[in-house]
Ligand binder design. Structure first.
Ligand SMILES: NC(=O)CC(=O)C(=O)O
Length: 271
């Protein structure tokens, strides 16, 4: 399929896990109702973005109400579903920031565990230490779907251009970033980074953020985006709770790569 609609659920996360699950279910239905074949949720959509809370909201695949809802919605609406991310606990007790990816029959077709943990101290701004409670993933996630090949990485992973390049060189046509930038790095870097990864690699980028909830400790920046391989913003929103949709057309990838063949012109003999 060369062209289809992608939907992004920019949902406002609340402390009540079941309320987040219910809202995600409703918003996935809304995105499907707009004709979306690929639907993306934001980072940590079932849990407030606070390190100390991750273990208590975690689920262990295949058990858990969030994972069950994602599989059920993918099958019900016959969509490829990138389930944002949730805290995932493995059999050894390690907790990861994980994106579960389902096909149109509700089968799990991929799982990305955030590779680069968000451990930063921005003076007068954001202080965050994901490694207090999370372990880092150790593999790159590129998944073949009925719609095309997608690369999935989570939030801080976008700051490492080598990862996006590796996914593109592995065949990813769309890079999908469930993410949750905050009020300091959001205005400064969010759109710049997402558009850079698109233009660097001549791919579509889908960046799915939570809506701003002024009552939670971490203030999400929102501003979900769909960006084309020329780095044009196909669709974008501010920080409100909403479903965003846009068209993905793989012919644009071919056109941009033919006109500006930078991927072929890399000097891999030098770097
Ligand atoms: N939340 C993140 O993982 C990353 C982030 O907010 C940033 O890079 O800025």
């Amino acid at each position: 399929m060369s062209a289809f609609t992608v939907g992004v659920c920019q949902l406002g996360v609340v402390p009540d896990k079941q309320a987040n699950i219910n809202k995600a279910r409703r918003m996935i239905g809304e995105a499907a109702g707009y004709g979306s074949r690929l639907i993306v949720l934001p980072e940590m959509f079932n849990c407030p973005y606070q390190s100390e809370l991750f273990p208590q909201y975690a689920e262990t695949y295949p058990v858990g109400p969030t994972i069950a809802m994602l599989a059920e919605c993918a099958a019900k609406h016959k969509v490829v579903l990138v389930g944002g991310s949730i805290p995932e606990q493995d059999e050894n007790g390690n907790v990861y920031n994980t994106s579960f990816i389902f096909d149109e029959s509700g089968e799990l077709i991929g799982r990305h565990r955030k590779i680069h943990l968000f451990d930063v101290t921005i003076k007068g701004g954001t202080v965050f230490q994901e490694s207090r409670t999370l372990a880092a993933g150790s593999s790159i996630t590129v998944v073949k779907t009925s719609l095309g090949t997608i690369g999935v990485a989570i939030c801080y992973d976008v700051r490492f251009p080598e990862l996006a390049r590796a996914m593109a060189l592995s065949g990813a046509q769309i890079l999908i970033f469930p993410a949750a930038f905050g009020p300091v790095t959001g205005p400064a870097h969010w759109e710049l980074l997402m558009r850079s990864r698109a233009v660097d690699n001549q791919v579509y980028v889908v960046a799915a953020a939570p809506a701003l909830n002024a009552a939670t400790e971490y203030k999400a920046y929102g501003h979900s985006l769909i960006i084309d391989p020329w780095s044009r913003v196909v669709a974008g929103v501010a920080d409100e709770e909403t479903v965003l949709t846009g068209k993905i057309d793989f012919r644009t990838i071919n056109k941009v790569r033919e006109e500006l063949p930078v991927l072929k012109q890399r000097r891999v003999d030098l770097y």
